[in-house]
Design a protein around this ligand. Sequence first.
Ligand code: ATP
Length: 877
Amino acid sequence: MAAKKKQTPMMVQYQQIKDQYPDAFLFYRIGDFYELFNDDAIKGSQLLELTLTARNKSVDNPIPMCGVPHHAVQNYIDILIDKGYKVAICEQLEDPRKATGMVKRDVIQLITPGTIIDEKAGSAKENNYLTAVVKDGDDYGFAYTDLSTGEMKVSRLDRLDAVINEMMSLQTKEVVVSHEFPAATVKRFAEMNILVSYEDEVTVQSEVSFVTQHIADALEKRVLEQLLTYLIATQKRSLAHLQPAVEYEPSQFLKLDHSAQRNLELTQSLSTGHKSGTLLWLLDETKTAMGGRLLKQWLERPLLNIRQIERRQDKVAALLKHYFERSELQTNLTKVYDLERLAGRVAFGSVNGRDLIQLKTSLEQIPKIKDTLLKINETKAFDDVLDHLDPVDDIRDLIARAIVDEPPLSVKEGGVIRDGYNEQLDQYRDAMQNGKQWIAALETSEREKTGIHNLKIGYNHVFGYYIEVTKSNLAQVPEARYTRKQTLTNAERFSTPELKEKEQLILEAQDKSTALEYDLFAEIREQVKQQIQRLQKLAQGVAALDVLQSFSVVSENDHYVRPKLVAHKHDIEIVNGRHPVVERVLGQQKYIPNSVTMPKDTNILLITGPNMSGKSTYMRQLALTVIMAQMGCFVPADQATMPVFDQIFTRIGAADDLISGESTFMVEMMEANAALSHATANSLILFDEIGRGTATYDGMALAQAIIEFIHDHVHAKTLFSTHYHELTALEDHLPELKNVHVGAIEKNGELIFLHKMMPGPADKSYGIHVAKLAGLPDSLLKRADQVLQKLEKQGAELEQQQETAPASASPQPAVIAESNAGDEQQLSLFGEPEQPVKSLDKASQTVLKQIKQVNLMNETPMDAMNLLNELQQQLMK
Ligand SMILES: Nc1ncnc2c1ncn2[C@@H]1O[C@H](COP(=O)(O)OP(=O)(O)OP(=O)(O)O)[C@@H](O)[C@H]1O
């Protein structure tokens, strides 16, 4: 679309700049507007709903153009970044027109989805992570940063899965790779809606070399350098606030893969995608933005080390014991601003007077916070936090001395620096002040001298100071002294040599004062910049304290207890546990507590019970309790003892995998497979109705195979809920499995949920009652009831047949044909219509026999499923 004919010098300059940023929207500043040209304008007009016009309309090669006023640009940038685009901001540089005779412009910053700093209210508790990956053989170097806080983390990962998992849990929007990085993986990132940016040449400027200096691992160093080079290229400003990189190992933390994070609704609600109704929402009583961000990090990475967990618990216990001190702490924390982001702004040079006052106010709270903490530190639990609470009083005093209490937004307006801070500045201010007084005196004396009562002295930017006389008084003007400056409709404006001289002095003092203020402010900013690392350390201490006080508030309000964590393979004994979020939503009175008892020799609880009775809630309750305990928080129970888990795997709910477009069943099998291949005896597995995504045959067989596999090979603590009542028979030959069920009673044909866990299997599914609750038509329910009774009868007959037949490895699902008006309709035991199959003829009997002989124990779940599908195909022939 670029115009072919001769271009104006400005458009030539535009094109040169655009060529350097081909993949970004170029916002090109002209006066008070940012303009988009050519393809950017066409696309921009669609995405931003801007009016498309043209530059050079009069000639035959008009250039598509649209523009936004400079004060409104941020909104438009936010929209584009949100949609995954990059934006290059091109500004008019100072010193215009000198060399080239035209305004010089250049890109001052490239804004990308991974580097944008969201200043919107409420976003301060969110991190925005930019990631980078390099590949070396089978290993991956993985690094990430949040530009607003300067946090830098790096790791060596041994599987692509681990990289993907990290990227998903960080919710990164952008990843930096080199062109050599495998294209298939790049495609996968793009499918995950992650913008892929490239950085090939790796050169790290000395200003940020401290970030990697202590890193010995070459792969980690390389990926950090790739990330830093990209940051330098895009940001074009000081990055002094970046923190020395911290190496981490995902295996140091409780591993929650992405599906576990999603299924357990840790930070995002499954139904709304928002924070409300999640564990993060429940636990967030933090008072500072830093605390809010750290809470999310702790939630995504619970600890494994019992000692570290106990250290957090000790602090929560101390806070719980001291109600008044805790309230004092909360009051003081509320006055601490976002120190991490302030430090970032100091480094970028974008800090203003108000930011510095916020910094001072924050630092003023630190001695108070320290004093309060010392009062509750009998057990020395807070020693490590106290060690971080350096009040940075040199900076606090500097700001107190230098900056006025309520500075204007822009430093250029002047009036930011306090009187008495700098002698020279005071002199300029005196000159301005005296000058202004002198002018006021001149007004009085001129009125007296001329006899013009309404004569006044004013000031404007174009004409400077002037004496204004209304037209009716012009005859009294002393022509010899007064020089005419400007004519208005009703008045004339004049100057005098005296006024001119004083004006010069005042304006000079004003200019000098503004320039000096600016220099002084820059000096102060530089001094603060030198202390960024101290501020960051302080921020870490405040953030940790804030999260711990948040734990104590929630623990007190919702009556949580301190869990006892024991070494691996010990009992789980949770007395009257509750699901923290459901309890909060329902209210404590309405929630029915449930205990979880899994002694050393019980690894699997097989949970049966009617729909809607609370099976999933019970399973999630255990997982959330484990996560809260390993974060160092207290837990919703009367008493809790549990081992430290290394990983949590979940298969809950029926959410399809939207990213890969897989079917429910496929996702189910993939999640099951992930659990079976990676779980250890120290893991927790939650499987909610595994197998219901497919036909009864496959489903039940798979469910059984999976249970047996966990029982014999994995030995992980497992909660397995099922609608296949036949599976409850497994208790007889799997010693580590126990049946439990959620109670419900039928009264006058109505089903009453007790929401109470009881030992042993449930006797009925009650699915039809739940359908009734859901409002399905009576006629349909009646028919379902008939079918159910028939199926139950036939099921009993089949059982009898099996008792007389030779023992089989797995109980057979009852496949019963229901002939209806000539239609051969197949219904599963639970009333779900299935693909029609012929009734059991001789050939089918043979296939069924084959199914019996298949030893699913030797197959992976996927293979087992394929095998069963094959057999079912034969059956349907
Ligand atoms: N312990 C409890 N106390 C009070 N209400 C509960 C309890 N457990 C669950 N509930 C309520 O019951 C509803 C259904 O619970 P849940 O989804 O866990 O049932 P389910 O047995 O897994 O159902 P389905 O088999 O249909 O998936 C929950 O939304 C909650 O409101």
